[in-house]
Every structure is written in C-alpha cells, then in structure tokens.
Design a protein around this ligand. Structure first.
Ligand code: FAD
Ligand code: NAP
Length: 304
C-alpha cells in the first residue's frame, strides 16, 4: 500500500512527488511515457523563475533527478482507471493494480486536432503537432502554423530557424499569445499572417503534404496555398477520460478542485494542466504540485 500514487510525471506530478517524499510518504510516480510531460516538446522556456533561458528537456531532467534519492518509486505504466474504496484507492494500469491511501492526478493535457479532411491522412507526412520534434525535417520549406495562442506563435518563431518562410493562420484578427511573443513574431521577417481564416482541408500527393485550402470566415471566400509542412497548435484537451466515472470533471473534461487541489472524492487530488483553471504554465503546475503533496500528507496523518 502506497501513501500516495501520483499519475503523470510532468512538472506538476514531479513537484507533488518531491513534496510528498520530503514529508516521508511512500510515493509511486506512475508515468506512461518519458518523465517531463509537455516540457519534453518545448525548445526554450523563458518564464521559469531562476532561469533566463533553459530548454524544456533540461528543466525536466533537473526536476526528475532528485526524486530517486528521495525514494520516489518511478513506475512505467498507463493508468486506465481509479477505483475509490474509501480509505484505499485502486490505481489500475494495463497489467497491474496498485493500492494507495491517496491519489494525485497530474495527467496534463494533449494537443487538439483540427478535424479537417487530410489531417489524419497526412499525420507524420507533413502534418505535425510538435515543432521541436519535427522542425529540423523541414529545412528550406514554406511552413504553415495553425492557431493564435502561445504555442502557435512560439513554435512559429522556433521554426524560422529551419524554414524558408512561416505563415501563421488564425481564425480572428488578433492573436491570443502573450505580448512578448506577438512582438517577436511581428518583427520576424520570415513570418507572415493570414487573418480571420481557418484551414478547411489539407492536401497532398501520394508522398506528403503539398498545401491547404483556407476559408476566410468573414467573407466565406476560399483560397488554396502551397506548404511543405503544417504545424497545428489549436489548443489542448484534458487527459481525464480515465476518471470519467468518478464524477470529478466539468462538461469539457477539466477536473474540478478547490484551492487545496481536492476533488469531490476524499483523498483524490488533481493538479497542473488537467485541472480546471485559468493559467496553464510550468510555474502554476509546480505550485499545484507543492500544495497537493502537502495535502496528501495532511490527509494521511488526519486519518491515522
Ligand atoms: P504535462 O506536462 O502534460 O504532463 C502530464 C504527464 O502525464 C505526461 O508525461 C503524460 O505522459 C502523463 N500521463 C497522461 N496520462 C497518463 C496516464 N493515464 N497514465 C500515466 N501517465 C499519464 N509553459 C511555460 O510555463 N513556459 C513555456 O515556455 C511553455 N511552453 C510550452 C510549449 C508548448 C508547445 C506547449 C504545448 C506547452 C508549453 N507550456 C509552457 C505549458 C506547460 O508545458 C504546461 O503547462 C505544463 O507542462 C503542464 O504540466 P503538467 O504536469 O500538468 O502536465
Ligand atoms: P490556447 O491558448 O488554447 O490557444 C489555442 C489557439 O488556437 C487560439 O488562438 C484559438 O483561437 C485557436 N483555435 C482553437 N480551435 C481552433 C480551430 N478549430 N481552428 C482554428 N483555430 C483554433 O492553446 P495553446 O497555445 O496550445 O496554449 C495552451 C496552454 O499552454 C496555455 O495556457 C498557454 O499559455 C500555455 N503555453 C505557454 C507558453 C509560454 O508560456 N511560453 C507557450 C506555449 C503554451 P482563439 O484565440 O480565437 O480562441
């Protein structure tokens, strides 16, 4: 029986593990992939205090490193379900059942799809959701980035080091991204914008992507343009389907908590991007993690 099982080793889960282990709890950190979460797909982090600039994977490594010495058990596993049995919770992966007094859900969020014709067909053949992973394969190409948030603008800037040109298509005439990123994109000679428009279809030949059809949503006009690669950044959906039966989510799937990271089920907490909240950042994820690690300790001492 663990004191706490943390599901997901992104910045939120790793911080919860740090705080819980430093309270002497028996901690398991269950992760379906490589520890680090979305930080593994981020080239430059410029807004994590203490570092003017650090790469996402390096920050992930620095967060993960101390956990082993603190006795955190890192287990590879993809959690399918949590069963609440009052004082004990069962955490069920594809091939194991783990038991714990408390559970901290830190499964983050995953990129949304456009759901237009050609998107699935050309996935990994010119359509990508990760500039850091795939950008270098698109040297001297004309690239399209879809979206107007922090991810779209930041990754468009990142892609200019490889691409001949980068076009950002946004469904409105104003970006959602932070001002500092907007200013950098507007000043970058390789970046141009298509406003008030969406991608209606993605085209290609038998090998790879060749272009898209745009639709201007104000005029209804459609037009075609050629691109060698398309990077889609139209937001995130919570990774929370596996707790659908616990009744702790809002209508969009974000997990609802109070300021102590408590869900409506006693002993189950949610932290980081998967939680219903306003600002999804590494800093806010680690803040949530610290609170939940401490709350798990309080819950256990109060119940024993
Ligand atoms: P995540 O980082 O999403 O980690 C969740 C982890 O849970 C993953 O490792 C996943 O594999 C695991 N998991 C999911 N489901 C299961 C399951 N069923 N079983 C086991 N494990 C599971 N924020 C900043 O502050 N600065 C930035 O510069 C910045 N750049 C970004 C760039 C991009 C392209 C993106 C997409 C995001 C960026 N962000 C940035 C946002 C930041 O990365 C997130 O807010 C943060 O990573 C959220 O942390 P998390 O721990 O909640 O979730
Ligand atoms: P986001 O902030 O939700 O932005 C999504 C963008 O895609 C919005 O501009 C939205 O348009 C557009 N969009 C949504 N659905 C669309 C559709 N079907 N077709 C066309 N466009 C569509 O998502 P994100 O940029 O991935 O950011 C996610 C979180 O990570 C945010 O909290 C963000 O702050 C954080 N993040 C931070 C950094 C950083 O700090 N440097 C970097 C990356 C991400 P509208 O604007 O019209 O809604």
């Amino acid at each position: 029986m663990y004191d706490t099982i943390i599901i997901g080793a992104g910045p939120a889960g790793m911080t919860a593990a740090l705080y819980a282990a430093r309270s002497n709890l028996k901690v398991a950190l269950l992760e379906a992939g490589i520890p680090g979460g979305q930080m593994n797909n981020t080239a430059d982090v410029e807004n994590y205090p203490g570092y003017a600039l650090i790469s996402g994977p390096e920050l992930a490594e620095k967060m993960f490193e101390p956990l082993e010495n603190l006795g955190v058990e890192h287990i590879f596993g993809h959690v399918q379900r949590i069963e609440d049995q009052g004082d004990s919770k069962k955490v069920i992966t594809e091939d194991e059942v783990y038991e714990s007094k408390t559970v901290i859900i830190a499964t983050g969020a995953f990129h949304r799809q456009l759901n237009v014709p050609g998107e699935a067909e050309f996935n990994s053949r010119g359509v990508s959701y990760c500039a850091v992973c795939d950008g270098a394969f698109f040297r001297d190409e004309d690239l399209l980035v879809v979206g107007g948030g922090d991810s779209a603008v930041e990754e468009a800037i990142f892609l200019t080091q490889f691409a001949k040109s980068v076009t950002i298509v946004h469904r409105r005439d104003q970006l959602r991204a932070q001002k500092v990123l907007q200013d950098r994109a507007f000043a970058n000679e390789k970046i141009s914008f298509v406003w008030d428009s969406v991608v209606e279809a993605i085209h290609g030949d038998d090998r790879k992507v060749t272009g898209v059809t745009f639709k201007n949503i104000k005029t209804g006009e459609t037009s075609q343009a050629d691109f060698g690669g398309i990077f889609i950044y139209v937001g995130l959906d919570p990774v929370s389907e596996f707790v659908a039966d616990l009744g702790i989510r809002d209508e969009s799937g974000w997990i609802v908590t109070d300021d102590h990271m408590k869900t409506s089920v006693a002993g189950i907490y949610a932290i980081g991007d998967v939680r219903q909240k306003d600002l999804r950042q590494i800093t806010t994820a680690v803040g949530d993690g610290a609170i939940a690690g401490q709350e798990a300790y309080k819950y256990i001492t109060e119940h024993e």
